[in-house]
Write a protein that binds this ligand. Structure first.
Ligand SMILES: [Zn+2]
Length: 155
């Protein structure tokens, strides 16, 4: 049973010893409407914690992103969705050079996909949903995304 901090934050909750009771209840198979007392004196239904902040280990967290325009709202959503994921599958339809086309079609560039993966701190990146215009250069988009994904590690 793992606690997912980004999920806790989204619920407006802090990490603390109260989580042990939540994990115990979840492990014991308590019902979703079971009330869990939090550190702030509030109480929250176990089901909400299960949905947003508790993960059963061992396991992997996979995030999947496609058909995403590069807007600040989408950037926030992707970073929140993919934060610390073991494996991010993300679209990389266009090369950086064609960023104007990507924006017009409301899709990401490979560079943006790689940057998002790096910023989200994912462990592994897989790109897909390539535009047919790069059929003659099959590795281009993957390489571009990977270059941006590892840039910070090598710096
Ligand atoms: Zn699409």
């Amino acid at each position: 049973m793992n606690v997912w901090k980004a999920g806790l934050e989204r619920l407006g909750l802090d990490v603390g010893p109260w989580l042990n009771a939540a994990k115990r209840a979840a492990r014991a198979g308590a019902k979703d409407d079971a009330a869990i007392a939090t550190s702030s004196g509030r109480s929250i239904p176990l089901g909400l914690l299960r949905e947003h902040a508790l993960r059963v280990a061992p396991g992997q967290r996979i995030a999947y992103v496609t058909d995403a325009a590069f807007t600040s709202a989408n950037v926030d959503a992707v970073l929140s969705l993919a934060a610390g994921a073991d494996h991010l599958f993300i679209e990389a339809p266009f090369a950086d050079e064609d960023a104007a086309i990507a924006a017009e079609r409301r899709h990401l560039t490979a560079a943006q996909a790689g940057d998002l993966a790096r910023r989200a701190g994912v462990k592994r990146l897989t790109t897909f949903h390539y535009s047919p215009r790069y059929l003659a250069t099959p590795d281009r988009l993957r390489c571009e995304a990977e270059a941006h994904f590892v840039a910070a590690v090598e710096a």
